[in-house]
Design a protein around this ligand. Sequence first.
Ligand SMILES: [Zn+2]
Length: 240
Amino acid sequence: MTDLLYQTDSYLRKFDAVVTAVDPENRAVVLDKSAFYPGGGGQPNDTGQLTLQSGVVYAVTKVKKQGSDVLHFLGEDQSLPEVGSQVHGQLDWEHRYLLMRTHTALHVLCGTVFRDYGALVTGGNMEPGKGRMDFEFERLQGELVGEIEAAVNREAQAGHDVRVKILPREEAFQIPDLIRTKINLLPEGIMEVRTVEIVGLDLQADGGTHVRNTSEVGTIKVVDYKSKGAINKRIYIELV
Ligand SMILES: [Zn+2]
């Protein structure tokens, strides 16, 4: 089982850990703890490096969750570390921080569109610096795009704090905002729910990494929108 350091500190970019399992076939290792985000909820996985005490450096090319373990896939062809080895992990911070800004920007979009138009989110995806969200948003037309862009930038610049909490399942299920974002779809076995709140704007069950204040997001551009049917609409954003 890997302790997920990014869940409580998204700004942690270096950490020390111990190898708890090795998968030679996939050139992957499991660590007792990790700051690498393994991907999920529309946010891509982190990349970076692992360094052994001997000085051997491995590129971490991919990271993936497997049950309660996080698998770190190692590039190059040096021999793999042994179980029990101490490693120093380092994230590709430029990549991760841009994803944090992008992910928070998408939540600003989601919170603003719900508040102003009552439209619910049905899905989303992102790359560093850009992303899209799908809404049940029958009324969305070209004229609204400028209005939405102005509103999300007002909210980003307003400097809302972003708060992360880990709540017992029963407690989370009492929160109306979480019910709206379909928390009831969470699998039954999950006893704790991690929530991400943009104070005063948005609250969601979310496993991703976010900036601590919306002022770090910068300027958001609504670059396109698409109709995916009478009700379902997709909005594309980019960070400037
Ligand atoms: Zn999210």
